[in-house]
Write a protein that binds this ligand. Structure first.
Ligand code: PLP
Length: 377
């Protein structure tokens, strides 16, 4: 069965050229990049080229990119190495992906002073709320760039300024997974120290991520071993994944510059405009790639199953999270349990088109109207 796929914040289809590259480096240029012979040196050169390509999208340089196994690892890397030799408090938002939030909870359970900041009702972290929590002992801050639940974009530049004013030596990490290739990003302008990205959200292979680490930020090694990646993350590089990542990211970024995600998002907003039992979560600055919709008194999973029966795949929230965790983010924005439980997440890629969005919005209206009639009987 062919589906209308609207769960692109969970993962994306691997692009054809990324898949080709992957196969090439698996079958043809399969050499260990650490070996000393010429074909292996060529592979090493290609890894560097890929790092330059990823870095270019972020306004960084290739030597500032560490390849990882996924963004979950990048986030864990940032926390483990960013805090290792530092004393002080940590600030994290409650709208983070689980791979950041759980790192923060682990620190908290070890007795570290972890301070959580809630977004406002529009789904944004306010610089002044961060400023109120930070002090001269703030050692590490992690704030998400673009929400995986609602698509809202945080003003990272202003948030960084608010932190560094109070604690100039604080390390600032940003989870950029849902912003990467979608929102023009210059890590230097943002003033951040670390930035996490993932390949499979932009047409690359699952199992590859990257972490930007600002030059001059001397972090301890995350994985000890053979000294690959300047000894910061040892282990033979995932050559196939890395090559597919760079190709996919460049392609995705180019496709995104000709794609109006807001046009598709607006189709859903207009479909449910004026219905008091329907809530669009998050407003103001957003990527357009994600829309979180809550239906009062309904269950998100029943709506999603109804959509699947009609050949449309949507999400319930972060794919690797349970519904309860997705409620964490909506709850922190002040969305009531009665609304949050009836939430679905629809997310686009440049491969989606208006016709698909219209079909999906019509189906969603039909399913939720039907569920309401059934409930009132
Ligand atoms: N951060 C955000 C904002 C995400 O949306 C995701 C995945 O959904 C991750 C981190 C984890 O990415 P990965 O699947 O590469 O570990």
């Amino acid at each position: 069965m062919s589906y209308i796929y609207l769960d692109n914040a969970a993962t994306t289809q691997v692009s054809e050229s990324a898949a080709k590259a992957m196969l090439h480096y698996a079958r043809e240029e399969f050499y260990n990049p650490s070996a000393g012979y010429a074909p292996a040196l060529e592979v090493r050169k290609q890894i560097k080229r890929s790092a330059n390509e990823i870095a270019g999208i972020l306004g960084a340089s290739g030597e500032e990119i560490i390849f990882t196994s996924c963004a979950t690892e990048s986030n864990n890397h940032a926390f483990s190495c960013g805090i290792k030799n530092k004393k002080g408090n940590v600030i994290v938002s409650s709208m983070e992906h689980a791979s950041v939030y759980e790192c923060a909870m682990r620190l908290k359970s070890k007795g570290i002073d972890v301070r959580f900041v809630n977004p406002d009702s529009s789904g944004h972290i306010l610089p002044e709320d961060i400023a109120a929590l930070a002090d001269s002992n703030t050692a590490f801050v992690s704030i998400i760039h673009c929400s995986n639940e609602t698509g809202t974009i945080n003003d990272i530049q202003e948030i960084v300024k608010a932190v560094k004013k109070k604690s100039p030596s604080a390390i600032f990490h940003c989870d950029g997974v849902q912003a990467f290739c979608k929102i023009p990003t210059d890590v230097k302008k943002l003033g951040i120290d670390m930035y996490s990205v993932s390949a499979h959200k932009v047409g690359g292979m699952k199992g590859t991520g990257a972490l930007y680490v600002r030059k001059g930020l001397n972090l301890p090694a995350f994985i000890a071993g053979g000294g690959q990646q300047e000894s910061r993350r040892s282990g033979t590089e995932n050559v196939c994944g890395i090559m597919s990542f760079a190709i996919a990211a460049t392609e995705y970024r180019n496709a995104a510059s000709n794609f109006n995600a807001h046009e598709l998002r607006d189709i859903f907003i207009q479909k449910f405009a004026g219905d008091e039992k329907v809530k669009i979560n998050g407003s103001g600055t957003d990527s357009g790639y994600v829309i979180s919709i809550s239906f009062l008194g309904l269950r998100g999973e029943i709506i999603a199953h109804g959509m699947e029966d009609k050949g449309i795949l949507v999400g319930l929230g972060s794919a690797c999270s349970t519904h309860i965790r997705s409620n964490r983010v909506l709850g922190s924005m002040g969305v009531s349990k009665e609304f949050a439980e009836g939430s679905i997440r629809i997310s686009f890629s440049p491969h989606n088109n208006t016709a698909e969005a219209i079909t999906a919005a019509d189906a969603l209206k039909e399913i939720t109207d039907e569920l309401r009639v059934r409930m009132s009987r």
